[in-house]
Design a protein around this ligand. Structure first.
Ligand code: ADP
Ligand code: ZN
Ligand code: ZN
Length: 740
């Protein structure tokens, strides 16, 4: 008989962050009764120790008990994740067909995926604000808990720590948060207020216009229950104001708010506005913070000491002690989709999370995704519309500039140059967009036709003249810019096409004496340099801003009155069906940068396709009409959101391997298919060779989501049995946002 390592005789089923889609059994430790699902555990795995997550406690294992190893340590009792959050992670693992251990691990900050303590570094304390000191607690007689808490603080007249408050009353957090929302208390850390601004200077809510008020009421009447609201409003229509007033109601109930934004660069702006408005503690989480900072933000929200979490995609799974509301700003943005590993959509998972937590989810955008608009049409989401700009700002005027047969100066037509001159003469700023960095995308020999190609990718090398380099934008490989043609050794080399560096050069010549800033991934690589540029732009030190799509998102440039898209046509011809939606969104987002204050903005698009229906619909009838047309086209073509897709990608250094692997998968899938799912492929990816590997793909598409998922459920375990070999890498992307 096997010797029992554990007297409890119980088995722990454990999810481990490894790319194997199964659970692992371990012998439960003696103190196993303190452990609950979701707890982090330290377990032996191979020659190493790993941190895993307790999924289930069972009596029996399929494996002989004497083969099982004991759990080394239970790290959390009670677990850090709540039951609905665990349910969410289980759902996400099934829906995205991704191993549970890796999914659960995503919910934790990196620092807690190693064994680290769960105590927050900076001890947080709470104290009365000046308003709190002078307020008569009698005013709170209808909220006895808050009244008692305020009186206790007034009696102490000093800051109190969380342990001190817990000694006074175990359930102090909700009342303290409500008092913070009422500006009677504030959180301080390390002796100074956790919020830098003086709590007396908290701004009041703005008086709302009727559509704003209607939006706020619609959500606030339904706090405490699930509902998805699509807040649609052009840039400057006052969406952020709406968010803030809804947030205020949620905070007053002592609940927490999770706010997700697509880009790190947008967090400081929003954070600043929230801090000016609210005196509650605000936690921030994004990838530019240190592991310890992210752990602290996570724990502050998990323990309830912070009331607002502002973060990017990865903050989505942070457990909320008192969940009240989820807001996802710029919901159409593709950055909400994780493109590697666990390929989840933060927007879609946020909606499921709202449902499991029974709280409202507000999705905001000037250019809602077609999926979300379709969900409004089918009454799954409720649309809240802000049709006009708030305050004084007037909507910008959009116009197409036909550049066929026009004389061009490195991408600038003479008509555009005139407009720039006029704008600069009024001391206003100009913003130019060109979505290609570098000097020019192609280097060609004038005599023999040689073109600089990447050795590792199916792509041309891009000329970077500042660094005197040729660089591949797909694999990052670079080489010296040749002075003469490497093939014929005699021909002159010519740069074809436009990049931001080239336009910057011509701007410097044409507008001598003006300050020009080029903002793209190359010029803003150094940490803090983008922020420094933005600061100089807002102080009016820059006359012409030239940038890539990086600038299309969220930034406020009040003194910019002219925006020009230099090459709108490059977006019109793509093989991916998402492209027209993305282009329309980009145009509208870019236009939103202009004339936010009292000056009317103008948006000019240079095009050789002035009759193109996408452009004319967008300009003459607006984004909503464009979206209607695009949805009708998708319906005809049976494309998402009228059907459901999953893309299986495979790659290897060898050209045959991914093809024969996908062929084998296809045959397996055909055997399982009930006829409801179409399979397209295997086909080469649009850029087949990238960084030296060959990439192929197989697309699954079905009009019935359950049918697609049933097929995937059966197929995925069988794919593992194909034993494709270590050199082949494959992945499944459910609801892919790009088909590359
Ligand atoms: P969005 O988030 O839709 O871009 P914001 O909430 O940032 O819009 O509002 C744009 C500008 O209009 C801001 O300067 C804001 O202070 C102002 N604003 C918003 N709502 C109102 C209102 N009801 N009355 C006056 N100004 C407003
Ligand atoms: Zn040549
Ligand atoms: Zn390359």
């Amino acid at each position: 008989m096997a010797k029992l390592h554990n007297e409890s005789g119980l088995i722990f089923r454990v999810a481990l962050p490894v790319p194997i889609d199964r659970l692992f059994d371990y012998l439960a430790p003696l103190d196993c009764h303190t452990a609950h699902p979701g707890a982090r555990l330290e377990v032996p795995f191979g020659k190493h120790k790993k941190i895993g997550f307790l999924v289930d406690i069972v009596q029996h294992s399929e494996f002989p008990v004497d083969k099982l190893k004991p759990v080394l340590r239970v790290l959390d009792a009670p677990p850090l994740l709540s039951a609905p959050d665990l349910q969410l992670l289980h759902w996400a693992s099934r829906y995205y067909h991704h191993p549970l251990g890796e999914v659960i691990s995503t919910a934790f900050p990196v620092a807690l995926r190693r064994h680290q303590s769960t105590s927050i570094e900076a001890e947080k304390r709470y104290e009365l604000t000046d308003l709190g000191k002078s307020t008569d607690s009698g005013q709170l007689k209808r909220a006895p808990k808050q009244k008692a808490t305020l009186e206790m603080f007034q009696a102490h007249s000093q800051a109190l720590t969380a342990p001190e408050l817990s000694q006074w009353d175990k359930y102090w957090r909700v009342a303290v948060q409500q008092l913070i929302a009422k500006r009677l208390l504030q959180a301080v850390s390390g002796g100074k207020p956790a919020n830098s601004a003086d709590s007396l200077n908290r701004q009041d809510d703005l008086p709302c216009n009727p559509p704003q008020q209607a939006a706020i009421t619609a959500v606030c009447e339904n706090l405490g229950q699930f509902g998805v609201y699509l807040l649609e409003g052009v840039t400057g229509s006052g969406k952020t104001e709406v968010y803030m007033q809804i947030i205020r109601s949620v905070l007053e109930r002592g609940l927490q708010v999770l706010v997700l934004v697509p880009e790190i660069t947008l967090t400081p702006q929003l954070e600043e506005r929230f801090r000016q408005r609210f005196s509650v503690d605000i936690a921030v989480s994004h990838s530019k913070l240190t592991d310890n900072q992210r752990r602290d933000a996570w724990l502050q929200i998990q323990q309830g000491t912070s009331a607002i979490l502002l973060g990017t995609r990865s903050a989505l799974f942070t457990p909320l002690k008192n969940p009240g509301l989820i807001i996802l700003d710029e919901e159409h943005d593709a950055s909400f989709k994780q493109q590697e590993g666990f390929r989840f959509s933060a927007r879609d998972v946020a909606v499921v999370r709202g449902k499991l937590l029974a709280i409202p989810v507000v999705l905001g955008s000037a250019t809602p995704s077609l999926e979300s608009l379709h969900n409004v049409d089918t009454r799954r989401y409720r649309r809240l519309h802000l049709p006009e700009r708030a305050g004084q700002a007037i909507a910008p005027q959009l116009q197409l500039l036909d550049i066929r047969n026009k004389k061009m100066h490195e991408g600038l037509s003479e008509a555009l140059i005139d407009e720039i001159k006029k704008t600069l003469a009024k001391n206003e700023q100009v913003l130019l967009f060109l979505n290609r960095r570098g000097f020019a995308p192609t280097l060609i020999c004038h005599s023999c036709g040689w073109v600089a190609r990447c050795l590792h990718c199916d792509a041309n090398l891009v000329i970077h003249s500042h660094d005197k380099l040729l660089r591949c934008h797909h694999c990052g490989k670079e080489q010296r810019l040749p002075e003469q043609c490497p093939a014929c050794k005699t021909g002159a080399l010519t740069a074809l096409g436009l990049g931001t560096e080239r336009v910057e050069n011509v701007l410097t010549e044409l507008f001598a004496g003006k300050t020009i800033a080029r903002l793209d991934r190359d010029s803003t690589q150094r940490k803090g340099s983008l922020e420094a540029y933005l600061e100089r732009i807002n102080q009016g030190h820059i006359d012409i801003i030239l940038g890539t799509q990086m600038l299309a998102k969220g930034h406020h440039f009040p003194n910019v009155t002219l925006v020009a898209i230099l090459d709108v046509d490059s977006g019109l011809f793509s093989i991916d069906f998402h492209a027209s939606e993305k282009l329309a969104q980009m145009i509208v987002q870019v236009s939103g940068r202009a004339g936010r204050a009292d000056k009317r903005g103008k948006v000019i698009m240079q095009t050789r396709r002035p009759e193109h229906p996408l452009l004319t619909t967008l300009i003459n009838e607006g984004y909503s009409r464009f979206a209607e047309t695009a949805l009708a086209e998708r319906q005809l073509a049976e494309l998402p959101p009228f059907s459901y897709q999953a893309l299986l990608r495979a790659q290897a250094a060898d050209d045959d391997m991914p093809q024969s692997f996908l062929q084998a998968v296809l045959e397996l899938a055909q055997g399982l298919n009930t006829g409801d799912t179409q399979m397209l492929g295997p086909v080469p990816a649009p850029m087949t060779r990238r960084a030296g590997v060959y990439r192929y793909q197989l697309l699954f598409q079905s009009g019935k989501r359950p049918a697609l998922h049933r097929l995937l459920d059966e197929l995925m375990p069988k794919i593992g049995q194909l034993k494709p070999g270590k050199k082949l890498r494959w992945s499944l992307d459910v609801d892919p946002v790009d088909l590359y």
